[in-house]
Design a binder for this molecule. Structure first.
Ligand SMILES: [Fe+2]
Ligand SMILES: [Fe+2]
Length: 373
């Protein structure tokens, strides 16, 4: 029997689709909430915590849990800071996310997939996607690492962490006892109530897929579009293993721009081993101000020295050294150094995802103090 397409006249009653109405309502709620939230996270108000890998401050809290979108005025970046104690090392693990680290203080090195990468204060240390990583402090004081993971991986279903080794001073929650495997390695803990938590072993299917590359390489030139995709699987791994994982701050130059004195550490125009981060340093002269601008994407600043304030869409937000400043989407922003004697410096971070999806670029509105063109 021939199938007939059901047709309705416009005048006939149909159920009302609420998809767009619900989206408008959600956006309205989100925008009202974002407008009510603080744009400055005070360093001293965020406690130090420990997890299996390190001692850390969690500036943004974990993404993906119910209500997380409404908790902060930014959404793309997870922001944290960790300590590696003098002569110590962090835990060792691997995850899908790439991770950005700015070395605030200290010196040491990384082991990434068995390769060594030295770092020191002022460097950007990059953990590319799916890379086993561990931090080592070789100095005689604490190393402090401001770091970020892109939240978008949670939305893509790629949030598992493969914990290989816990950090040396790891303690389970109060009352719990450590669980060890046959080799004596810590693999979880057991609470006083008898509940056992095992650290994640990661996504075993993906581990097998990465291992398969050793036996099933793609060599030669692709002869059809499908083969370009096959080759890409191996090319991305080769790129990740081959590129230097530390961007040396000393090798980057300060530029005088209409936004002020900037040192770009990575951008679409000087890319490094991370695909989802743009980063620069800015120095505000004593009593000076940056240019004024806006862009679609969010931006965050880790204040490295000095004190001052931002104006975001006409509203004033005061900051000082160690604070984290959050600039929501589309916000007109400008930065002021309120100290007439000392410069102020900060490290800026943005998600490059906006650039990739066609919403990059900057609308420049006012020149920085001292800009001569
Ligand atoms: Fe990590
Ligand atoms: Fe900006």
């Amino acid at each position: 029997m021939e199938r007939q397409l059901e047709r309705r006249r416009e005048a006939e009653p149909v159920a009302f689709s609420r998809i767009i109405e619900d989206m408008w309502k959600r956006l309205q709620t989100l925008n009202e909430r974002v407008a009510s939230l603080s744009h400055v996270v005070k360093f001293n108000e965020v406690p130090w915590e420990q997890n299996a890998t390190t001692f850390l401050k969690n500036y943004t809290g974990p993404a993906g849990l119910p209500g997380w979108l409404l908790r902060l005025p930014i959404r793309t970046l997870d922001l944290r800071e960790q300590i590696v104690f003098a002569g110590r090392k962090s835990g060792k693990h691997r995850h899908y996310q790439e991770a950005f680290f700015y070395i605030v203080e200290g010196e040491g090195y990384e082991i990434h997939d068995d390769k060594k990468y030295p770092w020191e204060a002022g460097d950007v240390m990059c953990v590319p996607t799916y890379c086993v990583h561990q931090h080592f402090n070789t100095g005689n004081k604490e190393a402090r690492l401001f770091f970020s993971l892109p939240n978008v991986f949670d939305l893509m279903g790629l949030s598992s962490i493969e914990q290989i080794e816990v950090h040396e001073r790891y303690r389970p929650p109060e009352g719990a006892t450590l669980v060890r495997n046959a080799e004596g390695n810590v693999v979880g803990y057991k609470t006083a109530a008898g509940e056992e938590l095992r650290f994640g072993a990661g996504d075993l299917t993906y581990q097998q897929m990465m291992e398969a590359k050793r036996t099933q390489q793609f060599t030669g030139e692709p002869r059809n579009t499908y083969q370009h995709f096959r080759k890409n699987l191996y090319d991305m791994t080769a790129w990740r293993l081959g590129i230097p994982h530390v961007v040396k701050g000393k090798d980057k130059v300060w530029e005088n721009t209409e936004m002020g004195k900037l040192k770009y550490l990575m951008s679409p125009y000087n890319p490094g081993p991370l695909l989802l981060y743009d980063a620069y340093l800015q120095e505000l002269p004593p009593g000076g101000k940056s240019g004024k601008h806006r862009h679609v994407g969010e931006e965050v600043h880790k204040i490295l020295s000095g004190k001052g304030y931002d104006i975001h869409d006409g509203r004033k937000w005061e900051w000082e050294a160690e604070d984290v400043v959050l600039i929501p989407n589309h916000t007109v922003h400008q930065h002021f150094n309120s100290d007439p004697r000392q410069p102020a410096t900060f490290q800026s971070l943005q998600s490059r995802l906006y650039h990739y999806i066609g919403h990059g670029g900057i609308e420049h509105l006012e020149d920085a103090s001292g800009w001569k063109g």
